[in-house]
Design a protein. Structure first.
Length: 142
């Protein structure tokens, strides 16, 4: 989470100096919101103060029997499609070693946007691959 906070704080600083800041969507997940929502106060303040910042959260153990993970909210997010596919933005992934594959599958679903025909799925798959091939996606996993 720390690298993402560094990017975000840099943009907040620039915005306070009058610089026009590009949209920034942060997808954060952990097990429990009450005890593991890192940087909560700071993130919520940035949401309130800056319209260019959107925060999406997923807490996998808060609702018994219903696990929600970051990849679940990415799959249905307009932000991911708009800023990664349409606007050619950057993707930074930080999480455990099990995150990248499910996240890539979710990005395919997001990019296909409710279209399941073979051509749409192939196009979405290529778009996800292109993020990594062309240096627009970076992963830090442990």
């Amino acid at each position: 989470m720390s690298p993402h906070m560094s990017f975000l704080r840099d943009r907040v600083h620039a915005a306070k100096q009058g610089v026009e800041v590009a949209p920034f969507s942060l997808y954060f997940g952990n097990r429990h919101q009450r005890t593991e929502f890192l940087y909560r106060d700071e993130l919520e303040q940035i949401v309130e103060e800056h319209s260019w910042f959107k925060l999406h959260t997923a807490f996998s153990r808060d609702i018994v029997g219903k696990r929600i993970h970051v990849q679940d909210i990415v799959a249905v997010s307009d932000d991911a499609r708009k800023y990664l596919l349409d606007k050619k933005g950057m993707l930074y992934i930080c999480g455990n070693r099990n995150l990248p594959k499910p996240l890539q599958e979710s990005l395919k679903l997001c990019f296909a946007k409710d279209r399941s025909d073979e051509a749409s799925v192939e196009e979405a798959t290529k778009a996800v691959e292109d993020l990594f091939v062309h240096g627009r996606a970076f992963q830090e996993v442990w």
